[in-house]
Design a binder for this molecule. Structure first.
Ligand code: 5GP
Length: 211
């Protein structure tokens, strides 16, 4: 029987720089957070409203959803192509998300953006964020939190894309993901997508290297 106690929901928290940030002014921001919190919606909003932000395009083995464009929302690749990219060391990080498809950040994407002096945003899952913490500790790590547990449950069940068993499994994972909040440099609450996106862009501006 799964634990029915609602987990503690993180409060909003301003950016705190770590010793790894000093002198370097971080130019990579990682946005992570629990399943169904709306990371994809926030990054879509940023893509449409903040063209100055360089959003990394992940590679994935999942099928495109209606309206998704190859090379814009994701690079859609086969399992074989994905495994080859990993083998060749071309992924900055990668993970199998929800035990199904693989997702990864192409290293070249990030390196090219940084070489041009641009600040790059990675919207990835917690496993990926932890890998980036190891390889790029100077990046800024932002946790996207739901306004409440009830709202997270509502968003997950409301989108109706998962079976009840899958929803239950994802909610259990969400509890573990919520507990990872102290690993992050800032917490933004996704109350409305416009406000959350504006706050994220503010955090990125705070950490953009000055010319
Ligand atoms: P979706 O299939 O709904 O677009 O994304 C599913 C999950 O994969 C989301 O939690 C999203 O943050 C994560 N994700 C998307 N791209 C990447 C990536 O490049 N690396 C990792 N680790 N996770 C990703």
């Amino acid at each position: 029987m799964p634990d029915q106690t609602p987990p503690v929901i993180p409060e909003p928290r301003d950016l705190t720089l770590r010793p790894e940030h000093t002198g370097t002014r971080p130019a990579v921001t990682v946005l992570a957070g629990p399943t169904a919190v709306g990371k994809g919606t926030v990054s879509q909003y940023i893509r449409e409203h903040y063209p100055q932000v360089c959003l990394s395009v992940s590679a994935t083995t999942r099928e495109p959803r209606p309206g998704e464009i190859d090379g814009v929302h994701y690079s859609f690749v086969s399992h074989q192509q994905f495994d080859e990219l990993v083998k060749q060391g071309k992924m900055l990080e990668w993970a199998q998300v929800h035990g199904q498809n693989k997702y990864g950040t192409p290293r070249s994407m990030v390196e090219n953006a940084l070489a041009k002096g641009r600040h790059v945003l990675l919207e990835i899952d917690l496993q990926g964020a932890r890998q980036v913490r190891q390889t790029l500790p100077e990046a800024t790590f932002v946790f996207l939190a739901p306004p409440s547990w009830e709202e997270l449950v509502r968003r997950l069940t409301g989108r109706g894309t998962e079976s009840p068993e899958e929803q239950q499994r994802r909610l259990e994972t969400a509890k573990l993901e919520l507990a990872a909040e102290p690993e992050f440099d800032a917490v933004i609450v996704n109350d409305t997508v416009g406000q959350a996106s504006a706050r994220l862009v503010e955090v990125m501006q705070l950490t953009t290297p000055q010319q």
